[in-house]
Design a protein around this ligand. Structure first.
Ligand code: S3P
Length: 737
């Protein structure tokens, strides 16, 4: 099923939502045939007179004629109408709806066969107004608005894809959620506000001086009560259909009102001011984040400050957030695979979430993440849709470089942008080899983002990378999936191989030749959906490995950590320094080796870091520098010029912070020499680099006075619950605005 003009659409319910769907679809494809059923003869006659609907009649007559059926009826009618539709429709027709409650539809599952269920992909457009009826319908109601699909286990990726395309045609941003999460979220964000609007009007009308109240009511009342003009029948359905989720959030609200009543009775001005201030701030953040997306770039530079008290302990057993590299790749490969891929352990950090948003923008339905779980409804290698706006990759070099490879080979054009840090990072390392493959790609001045990509056909190449970069290798392998012939990449030293492993997991043949240090694949194959369990990120675990290694008395277990041999430089280097790290329960999870790591304090000594460990520990150097500062003697790192082009110039950023703490060091173009000794306290800047921020938080364990770390907002890119976990093991870190 595609969205060709030949597909006849039947809309059941021609009110404001159904009418707007009809108008929008007709505007997008004027030739398309739209049929409608409704109890209102005037709505049907008007829609026909407007040239929107070509035929109307009863459901039994029209259903067999339709390829796409849209149920635009109130929530409590969906199941009944669906049963009716299933009895009459073509077996190949695809069905969706527009109701604002989801879980209740299948409560009575027995009434639907597996086939009925398979064809129905529930949807909820978050759009509308307090007006109702066909006369309120407009053709751009869904433009730029979110539509949430809540596919169920019986839906295939192809059916979900067809429904996604339909809503996309109406200009919507298509998101995905489980029906349970959808109903909880909507209870809070939509249903509760409607209830409050109805309630306030009701309360005022019952006051003795209600006439006066309404006569003198001003804009505040009009704003607040606007939702009470909504369709009464529809909204009573919503509350019945979603009663348990609404009840929960209503209880919280009642509690909050009771607390306000108490505070007001006590004339506690300070408490009131504090609550109002908090709410005002929350609302402003929400408006700037969700209603003015242009502010994205400034947002990432939001000040967040970590304050670390000296001392603290490191004990317990924790599981750190999911691996960032694997999380990005799981979205990318699952999106272009055929079928549904389930991912667990996904990193819900800003970087990986930007990758999710990018693929949603390209027409992929992604449900979640909810507690690290996602379902990706792959669209196949040729199924991505042209993005309607530049794809924002935030802080992530990995996302930008990997996507560039994939996008270079598409049949559409695209633009990739990022935040202030990403917009300074070198992109010629991918643009040049991609151009050798035939790609048309423009960078900003000096080879930095944005990247403007004109999709075209590519040829395979054999490429010797000048640096050991998994991002460059992965970018070219992704381009190679689409290229004519073989793409072979030679690496000067082993670097992370998650792309190769995951491609194999998706059934795509990759030839990894360790004797030649090359990876290659042939273009033209297909990827088959898979299951992915993302291990905990060794790069996040590294902060705790060092924390425990430098803190007397510590004994910490890090569970389920990815110990891919191309990532374990941090363990090797710490062990070389004398650290006591034991791996147990080693196992393979979805093609990636995983283990539990136990670290106990043991004094460290300075070393010369072996150059072959650099690509294997490339992200862990900031915190390794802290280990070096706490070790006995000197630690020398050379050959690590790549550190200068990460999220910050990590040699310089660490040097500036170490200087503040009174650590002795000498920097080189390609490294640093650190003399171990005492750590003072002071104020350091992370320069917006997540790993610099977390490294100095670890330093607090051995510092003699407090450390404050500025510019920590980007910790959320890779390790959103860092402060929480650090506190759990006994570190004395707090976070403030
Ligand atoms: C990554 C590769 C590394 C690493 C980055 C993630 C990846 O970059 O620094 O954080 O996921 O491929 P380079 O490959 O450019 O060194």
């Amino acid at each position: 099923m595609n969205n060709s003009v030949d597909n006849t659409v039947l809309i059941i319910g021609l009110g404001m939502i159904g009418g707007s769907i009809a108008r929008g679809l007709k505007k997008a494809q004027p030739e398309r045939k739209i049929l409608a059923c409704d109890s209102s003869v005037s709505a049907l006659t008007q829609a026909q007179a407007d040239g929107i609907v070509s035929e109307h009649g009863d459901l039994a007559t029209l259903c067999p004629l339709a390829d796409i059926i849209i149920l635009a009826v109130p929530p409590l009618s969906v199941a009944d109408v669906l049963a009716d539709v299933c009895a009459h429709m073509k077996p190949t027709a695809v069905i969706t709806d527009a109701a604002s409650v989801k879980s209740h539809i299948f409560r009575d599952e027995q009434r639907f066969t597996e086939n009925d269920m398979a064809n129905f992909v529930p949807a909820h457009p978050i759009a509308g107004s307090e007006r109702s009826g066909y006369c309120a319908a407009v053709d751009d109601l869904f433009q730029g608005r979110n539509v949430i699909l809540t596919p169920h286990s019986g839906n295939s990726a192809v059916t979900v894809g067809a429904v996604n395309l339909l809503w996309r045609e109406l200009g919507a941003n298509v998101l995905g959620m489980t029906s349970v999460r959808h109903d909880e979220v909507l209870a809070a964000t939509s249903h509760l506000p409607h209830l409050l609007a109805y309630a306030i009007v009701d309360v005022l009308v019952r006051q003795e001086q209600s006439e006066d109240i309404f006569r003198y009511a001003a804009g505040g009342f009009a704003d607040f009560s606007r939702l009470a003009s909504s369709d009464a029948k529809m909204w009573s359905d919503v509350f019945v259909a979603n009663s348990s989720a609404v009840e929960k959030v209503l209880d919280d609200y009642i509690q909050s009102l009771l607390e306000f009543r108490e505070v007001i009775r006590e004339r506690d001005r300070e408490s009131l001011k504090e609550s109002f201030q908090r709410a005002k701030q929350t609302r402003e953040n929400f408006i700037s984040q969700h209603f003015q997306p242009k502010k994205q770039v400034e947002m990432t530079s939001n000040q967040r400050i970590f304050t670390v008290q000296p001392g603290g302990s490191v004990t317990g057993s924790i599981r750190v957030a999911g691996d960032k590299s694997i999380s990005h790749r799981s979205i990318i490969l699952a999106s272009i695979a055929n079928g549904k891929t389930r991912v667990s352990g996904f990193l819900e950090g800003e970087d990986a979430l930007n990758t999710v948003a990018a693929f949603r923008e390209m027409g992929v339905t992604i449900v979640g993440p909810e507690n690290g779980e996602l379902t990706i409804y792959g669209v196949g290698k040729l199924g991505l849709q042209a993005p309607r706006k530049p794809l924002y990759m935030g802080n992530s070099g990995t996302a930008m470089r990997l996507l560039a490879g994939l996008l270079a080979a598409q049949s559409f054009d695209s633009v990739l942008t990022g935040d202030e840090s990403l917009n300074l990072r070198p992109m010629n390392r991918i643009a040049e080899p991609l151009r050798e493959m035939g790609a048309i790609i423009e960078t900003g001045e000096g080879g930095t983002p944005p990247l403007a990509i004109t999709g075209c056909g590519l040829n395979g190449i054999s490429y010797v990378m000048p640096m050991a970069s998994a991002q460059v290798k992965s970018c070219l392998l992704l381009a190679g999936l689409y290229a004519e012939g073989e793409t072979r990449i030679f690496e000067p030293a082993p670097c992370r191989d998650h792309t190769e492993r995951m491609l194999q997991g998706f059934g795509y043949a990759v030839d990894v030749d360790s004797a030649q240090s090359s990876s290659s694949l042939a273009g033209g194959g297909q990827l088959a959906a898979s299951e992915i369990d993302v291990p905990a990120d060794i790069s996040s675990a590294a902060f705790f490995l060092v924390a425990a290694a430098i803190t007397p008395g510590s004994d910490l277990i890090l569970r389920h950590v990815g110990i891919n041999p191309t990532r374990i430089g941090v363990i090797n280097i710490l062990r070389d320094m004398g650290a006591n790290i034991e791996a147990s329960n080693e196992r393979l999870v979805g093609g990636e080796p995983v283990a539990d790591l136990r670290v106990r304090y043991q004094a460290l000594s300075g070393i010369t870091i072996a150059e072959d460990q650099i690509p294997l520990a490339i992200d862990e150097f900031p915190v390794l520098f802290i280990a070096a500062a706490c070790a006995e003697g000197e630690t020398l790192l050379r050959g690590a010029e790549e550190l200068r082009v990460k999220e910050s110039d990590r040699i310089d950023a660490m040097a500036q912070g170490l200087e503040q703490l009174g650590v002795k060091f000498e920097t080189f173009d390609d490294g640093i020499k650190i003399v171990g000794g005492r750590l003072g306290g002071g104020s350091v800047d992370s320069f917006g680099d997540h790993r610099i921020a977390m490294a100095f938080a670890v330093a607090g364990l051995r510092a003699e006075s407090p450390i404050t770390i500025a510019n920590c907002a980007n910790v959320a890119t890779s390790f959103p619950n860092f402060v929480e976990l650090a506190s759990e093991v006994g570190m004395l870190v707090t976070e403030s605005e």
